[in-house]
Design a protein around this ligand. Structure first.
Ligand code: ME8
Length: 503
């Protein structure tokens, strides 16, 4: 099975922030999970470099748009390894191959009769690069997202006949119940559709920083159409000697934030249909992370959380784990450094880190690092039955928090098992030797199977644990408790996975 997942592409008008990190991490977890399942996986991310938001920021900083984009795209690229995020390709919408393909596809939309020349009169937000329809506007003609005053635009543009796709989009929503998730986002998209679609500007005559319109060189494409097409164009040139379009299109999941829902759930499928292409299979809309005070993160409030501050202090695994555990994925929620520190010590260091270290240390001490006796405790095994299927079902529904919680309940169960069985007492009693074998084998197998399941969430720590257990395989086929029953393994002790912070 092929699995093609994307993040939205980041505007290069500013610095990467926690919202970008959040989306990249969530997408990386799903990509790693599908790679574990041996799905033919492709994970795309990148930067959105054209249009007003970038041109305005460049100008304000005294740069040409291209110089500004080059400078900032590097920062977005450099963030990814800091987060343990491993995409298969990083697209920049200023790539010449992307620009060429945008022209090809939109020329097809024109040739298919879905483009006409008209005059746009209405409200426009230069920060969203969005032409707002009446019911999207706050009192005083302000942007509902940026709260700035909208500008009244009156310009001659080419329009895309979005209204021609009303019934096709209604059919798409009806036929594909999973098209938009979670349900709240689907309702919002359906409400927008029910309001009746109006045609939208496809080109702009006022801007020069964009992809030139092939049938009229005095226009560039409106940045959203250029940007959305990245998901399609990237496949044609991500690999030097292969076009991956057939292999991966249509996309399985576009991961996006709630402020860009209309573009992805309405404009995007309509544009693809207009070009004679298949719409994506799914769009998942994650929530917004807020400051610890529950307010929108902002520089002036000083309530932001910088992803690199977290990774420097606690590591990439800790940021990944924290973000997906602290806030139900798909909802909004507050985050802050104190909460990171709490989860780091209570959950990563104590629940998982200690469990792994203790298991390895006990096997080293009581069995000279050898766990060749593999008889596990049937009662404990029963509590793990079906866990890999439960976790993959949660991840298929993009319930990252729910999947992680299922795993964590078993991490806690194994800690209770240690307390119940008291292996250190069994070790003092020669008559209990066989029982100790069973307890140690059960712990080894429990930590191993949980580490395979946790691998997409905390890849660095789990890889260390699995190597130390003598079972480095991260394949999902090895995720079930008992899979390694016939194997023998020699373990190695490891230093603390999540060390205490120096006082
Ligand atoms: O919108 N919490 O780019 P962008 C969670 N270039 N997610 C957040 C967030 C927060 N506090 N703030 C922003 C764009 N985001 C366009 C996309 S795609 C063809 C073009 C999310 O850099 C936001 O919802 O402004 C979006 O999904 C992503 O960060 C990039 O935002």
């Amino acid at each position: 099975m092929s699995f093609y997942i994307t993040t939205s592409i980041s505007y290069v008008n500013g610095q990467p922030h926690l919202g970008h990190a959040y989306e990249a991490i969530a997408t990386d977890v799903l990509a790693r999970h599908h790679r574990q399942r041996s799905d033919d996986t492709f994970f795309l991310t990148g930067t959105d470099e054209h249009g007003e938001p970038v041109a305005d920021a460049a100008k304000a900083n005294g740069y040409e748009p291209r110089e500004w984009a080059d400078l900032n795209a590097e920062k977005f690229k450099a963030l990814l390894p800091e987060l343990g995020v491993e995409p298969d390709f990083f697209i920049r919408t200023s790539d010449p191959q992307h620009e060429q393909k945008v022209q090809d596809v939109l020329q097809r939309v024109y040739d298919n009769g879905y483009v006409y020349k008209g005059t746009y009169t209405g409200w426009y937000c230069p920060r969203c690069a969005d032409f707002k329809v009446e019911n999207e506007i706050l009192e005083g003609n302000r942007c509902p997202i940026h709260e700035i005053e909208l500008t009244k635009e009156n310009e001659e543009n080419y329009f895309f006949k979005l209204s021609a796709f009303q019934s096709q989009l209604e059919a798409l929503f009806a036929e594909n119940q999973g098209f938009v998730g979670p349900p709240r986002a689907r309702n919002e998209a359906e409400a927008f559709l029910a309001g009746g679609l109006q045609d939208v500007s496809l080109t702009r005559a006022k801007l020069t920083w964009g992809v030139q319109v092939p049938w009229d060189h005095s226009h560039v494409f409106y940045v959203w159409f250029d940007a959305l097409l990245n998901y399609y164009t990237a496949l044609s040139y991500a690999r030097a000697n292969a076009d991956l379009t057939e292999r991966y299109w249509p996309a399985s999941v576009h991961m996006i934030g709630k402020d860009i829902l209309k573009f992805h759930t309405i404009y995007w499928p309509a544009l693809l249909l207009a070009a004679g292409l298949e719409p994506p299979k799914g769009v998942f809309v994650h929530g917004f992370l807020q400051g610890a005070d529950g307010r929108k993160m902002s520089k002036s409030l000083g309530n932001g959380l910088d992803p690199l501050d977290v990774t420097e202090r606690f590591g990439a695994d800790a940021l990944r784990f924290f973000l997906l555990r602290e806030v139900q994925f798909g909802s909004d929620g507050p985050v802050g450094m104190d909460a990171v520190a709490n989860r780091y010590s209570a959950e990563l260091a104590n629940d998982y880190g200690n469990l792994a270290s203790r298991t390895l240390a006990m096997i080293a001490r009581y069995r000279d690092s050898d766990v060749s006796s593999r008889a596990t405790d049937p009662e404990l095994a029963a509590e793990f039955t079906g866990l890999p299927a439960t976790v993959s079902a949660a991840l298929d529904a993009v319930d990252l928090t729910g999947g992680l919680d299922q795993i964590w309940q078993r991490v806690r169960r194994l800690n209770r098992y240690v307390e119940e069985q008291r292996p250190w007492e069994l070790a003092r009693d020669e008559a209990a030797a066989a029982r100790l074998d069973t307890v140690l084998a059960s712990l080894h197998e429990g930590v191993r199977s949980l580490s395979v399941l946790l691998y997409p969430f905390i890849p660095a720590a789990t890889a260390k644990v699995l190597a130390a257990l003598g079972t480095p395989d991260t394949d999902y086929s090895a995720a079930a408790f008992g899979t390694h029953a016939a194997a023998t393994a020699r373990v190695e002790k490891i230093p603390p996975l999540f060390p205490k912070e120096p006082d």
